[in-house]
Design a protein around this ligand. Structure first.
Ligand code: UDX
Length: 441
């Protein structure tokens, strides 16, 4: 099928590559000329494992191309995906200007029978609004244009894998034409075992909000438990293992730590809360999820203060700066929130991250970045693990102890075994587990 994807951010680019690899002819378009020029050379504007290789592969076989000229991209499209950004406004509501602009461009340049797919995370009711824009602009196509909601569930760091093997594909539509087009589009994935769930449009939009909010709720539940475990001398990792062994609860997304970050959860949660308020339903549970998430950074900050007393003249090593492992994305990263708090108190903060150091530095210029974990730790009075990169789990502890000026570790992601830390002579502050203070401290 001929497919056009508007927007070359994470979701747009991964969607383009995935649809091309399913055998469709895909054109990606964006208003950002710089991004398109990079993509035309086979370069991804951001890091995502496996993305650039897949991108180059699909371009070479001629199934994927990029252009800034939206009219050309839209001329033959049977399906148009809107994957443009929906950043949060100051009040938390999603800014849908780029979505509306995309709809206008499609209305003017699209062909009869085009199916417009809303992929960006948007408040429930947006598909109806899109339909209205399309109808205003093209009254001649009133019955020809169909809007479909197809929310994205992919995770950064494993986005290509998620797009090629999704657990479920959610399609919200109104007409047989809409459903049938999407069935044709995703047929190879369904044949491969992915579950296709078909609903009305508002249900699909709301389901996406509900999924993200519920996952964030699980994380905040684990973090609130961590605060209690610290006071009760219990170990939160063992508590959530017990919880997770109940299939009704499930173990996923119950890791206590510095909390969630990234471009989805914080923004989507706020947008969901605003949406609920606009619909006349107060949803304080969502605010509480956000509050507990902020508290997780604060609790880690308190441990550093407890360990070091005054932070001026202290050098603190942060291991991990991205909002989660396997990405260079630092947007709303809890690691940077913590770094900001420590810098405000006058500490020198040296961060190391396998991929995200450059992005972190441009986001937070006061942060020093080191090119190895050893360099970050050398002479530091305390080391804090902020992101659970696999590399940190296998850190040479004896070496780390030799590099640090004080053997103090605050483990914001519970990557270390407390007994091992104790044996190596560290003062070890875990998350949601008893603190081990060596006798020297
Ligand atoms: C999320 C959703 O998982 C995905 O379905 C949606 O499409 C976009 O938002 P993503 O933002 O890529 O994906 O990251 P995810 O892997 O979900 O992690 C989000 C944050 O939660 C990270 O900061 C991670 O460190 C944190 N997290 C996750 C925890 O603190 N504890 C956990 O148990 C799980």
């Amino acid at each position: 099928m001929n497919v056009t994807v508007m927007g070359t951010g994470h979701v747009g680019l991964v969607t383009s590559v995935a649809l091309a690899s399913l055998g469709h002819d895909v054109i990606g378009t964006d208003v950002d000329e710089k991004k398109i020029s990079l993509l035309q050379q086979g370069i991804s504007p951001f890091f995502e494992p496996g993305l650039e290789e897949a991108l180059v592969g699909e371009m070479e076989v001629g199934r994927l191309s990029f252009t800034v000229e939206a009219p050309r991209a839209l001329r033959d499209a049977e399906v148009v995906f809107i994957c443009v950004g929906t950043p949060a406004r100051a009040d938390g509501e999603a800014n849908l200007l780029a979505v509306e602009r995309s709809a206008s461009v499609i209305a003017v340049n699209g062909r009869d029978g085009t199916v417009v797919v809303e992929k960006s995370t948007v408040p429930a009711g947006t598909a109806e609004r899109l339909l209205r824009v399309l109808r205003f602009e093209r009254p001649d196509l009133i019955d020809e244009i169909e809007v479909v909601s197809n929310p994205e569930f992919l995770r950064e760091g494993q986005a290509v894998e998620d797009a090629l093997h999704p657990d479920r594909i959610l399609v919200g539509a109104r007409s047989v034409h809409g459903f049938e087009t999407m069935r044709r589009l995703f047929e190879p994935l369904v044949r491969d075992g992915s579950r296709l769930i078909e609903t009305d449009m508002a249900t699909a939009e709301l389901a996406k909000h509900a999924c993200n909010a519920f996952l964030a709720l699980k994380i905040s539940f684990a973090n609130a438990l961590a605060r209690i475990c610290e006071r009760a001398d219990a170990d939160v990792t063992a508590v959530v293992d017990v919880m997770g062994s109940d299939p009704r609860i499930g173990r996923a997304f119950l890791d206590a730590g510095l909390g969630y970050g990234g471009f989805c959860f914080p923004k989507d949660l706020q947008a969901f809360e605003r949406l609920a308020a606009r619909l006349g339903y107060d949803f304080p549970l969502l605010r509480e999820v956000e509050r507990i998430n902020g508290e997780a950074v604060e609790a880690t900050f308190d441990k550093v203060k407890d360990a070091l007393w005054n932070l001026e003249d202290k050098r603190i090593a942060l291991l991990g700066l991205s909002f989660k492992p396997n990405t260079d994305d630092v947007r709303f990263s809890p690691a940077l929130a913590l770094a900001g708090r420590l810098l405000d108190e006058g500490a020198t903060v040296v961060g190391y991250d396998p991929w995200a150091a450059a992005n972190a530095k441009s986001e937070l210029p006061g942060l020093e970045v080191a090119s190895t974990a050893d360099d970050a730790m050398e002479g530091a009075h305390c080391m804090v693990v902020c992101t659970d990169w696999d590399d940190f789990r296998s850190l040479d502890l004896r070496r780390a102890r030799g590099l640090l000026a004080h053997p103090i570790v605050v483990d914001g992601r519970n990557v270390f075994d407390p007994d091992k830390m104790k044996a190596e002579g560290f003062v070890y502050y875990g998350t949601g587990r008893a603190t081990h203070r060596a006798s020297a401290h």
